[in-house]
Write a new protein. Structure first.
Length: 400
């Protein structure tokens, strides 16, 4: 296998496992333990908080020790973490604190895997960065659908079985990263001579000095606060409180969202290189905001699922375009650090989004919370379109 194929394999199994986790974790906290909206928000925050605290450090370390090696060891740690829940479920010891422990440890693993994997992309992509980003996104969301489908049967096959399968898929990614490391695709990267803290600050200066990367990070923060909070807190609460749903309903909802993402990415792969990546990002973020408002208005579960599918169609353009801009503008020696700031802007702001949506859901109900998030995201996108260079930006011109 080529390095790019192995990279796609490692990415695919990570997100397949992530898809399984997102449904199973939400199901265990929301439906099995029947925790209130506020505690559901805190549980999802525990998954994201390590990213906010550690991901910048992880990006600087990846540039020093090699993103292939860091991805390997961090994913191995993630492979072992599901066994906390497997043992707890087997012996009837599942409690909310156990869920929080699992969430924090898995969040730590993700904090170190994400910038390492993103930093590795350019080294396996060659000159086809945008296409590799699209392929990665295609496999990411396609495999998430498989993960959602598997975890949708948690009621029948048991959460222990789902978590064991999750661990095995993560192990497959460890083996793929090991093969990439053996191939030496990052052996010629110059190692930074500065301290880790200086490396983090250097990455921050690079992004601050680029008008395009700076505004992409800002819109990523907004997306984490309003889109992520709605997806991982608001949607499960709507399934429970409005539609009296099950793990199967959660799996179906997530699968349709990812199906929308995959369909858009397939179309983009056929279309080819998107020159106006900034304009595409703004348009589809705005459209996604409008769809999210509609999602919070419906009281029919089939309509709810259909609108979430349409929301996924919008995300299938917005997310790859923002990632493409960052990947193409990042200096070679700082790729892991720059991409760690990109991930930090999403994962780091994620806890704010989950808490925001959790508390709004407690005060006004999850449907109103989702509508408020959609309106706020549209407002941020409109300000970005009117005041920044992003509307006129393509990655090639920005790089020059």
């Amino acid at each position: 296998m080529s390095a790019r194929t192995l990279y796609l394999v490692a990415t695919s199994v990570w997100f397949l496992a992530f898809g399984m986790q997102s449904v199973t974790f939400a199901w265990l906290v929301t439906i099995v333990l029947r925790e209130p909206a506020e505690l559901v928000g805190w549980a999802q925050t525990a998954l994201l908080l390590p990213g906010m605290l550690l991901i910048l450090l992880a990006g600087a370390l990846a540039d020093r020790i090699g993103p292939d090696r860091q991805a390997l060891w961090a994913q191995l740690f993630a492979t072992l973490t599901p066994w906390i829940l497997i043992v707890a479920l087997e012996f009837g010891l599942l409690t909310y604190p156990i869920m929080i422990l699992y969430a924090v440890l898995m969040g730590c693993a993700q904090a170190f895997v994400t910038p390492a994997r993103d930093g590795l992309l350019n080294h396996v992509a060659g000159s086809h960065v945008q296409r590799t980003v699209l392929l990665t996104s295609f496999f990411q969301f396609g495999c998430q659908i498989i993960g959602y489908i598997i975890s949708a049967f948690a009621d029948e096959i048991g959460a222990q079985t789902v978590m064991i399968v999750q661990s095995l898929f993560l192990l497959a990614g460890v083996l793929a990263f090991r093969q990439i490391s053996k191939m030496g695709v990052v052996a010629k990267i110059p190692r930074p001579s500065r301290s880790v803290l200086q490396g983090v600050l250097e990455g921050a200066k690079t992004i601050a000095g680029s008008p395009v990367m700076r505004i992409v990070v800002v819109q990523n923060v907004a997306m984490a606060c309003f889109f992520m909070g709605s997806f991982i807190v608001g949607f499960p609460l709507v399934v429970r409180e409005v539609f009296d749903g099950s793990s199967g309903d959660l799996g179906l909802l997530n699968a349709f969202n990812s199906a929308g993402l995959v369909l858009t990415i397939v179309i983009m792969l056929r279309v080819g290189y998107v020159r106006r990546a900034g304009r595409a990002l703004i348009l589809f973020q705005a459209l996604g905001s409008i769809v999210l408002v509609l999602v919070g208005m419906v009281n029919s579960f089939p309509t709810f699922v259909l609108l979430v599918f349409c929301w996924g169609l919008c995300g299938g353009v917005a997310m790859p375009m923002s990632r493409t801009l960052m990947q193409e503008l990042a200096p070679q020696a700082q790729r892991s650090r720059v991409m760690s700031f990109y991930a930090f802007s999403f994962m780091g702001a994620g806890p704010l989004g989950t808490l925001f949506c959790g508390y709004l859901s407690e005060l006004f109900g999850p449907q109103v919370a989702i509508q408020i998030a959609g309106v706020l995201m549209f407002s941020v996108t409109a300000v970005i379109a009117l005041t920044s260079q992003l509307w006129r930006t393509d990655a090639t011109s920005a790089a020059n």
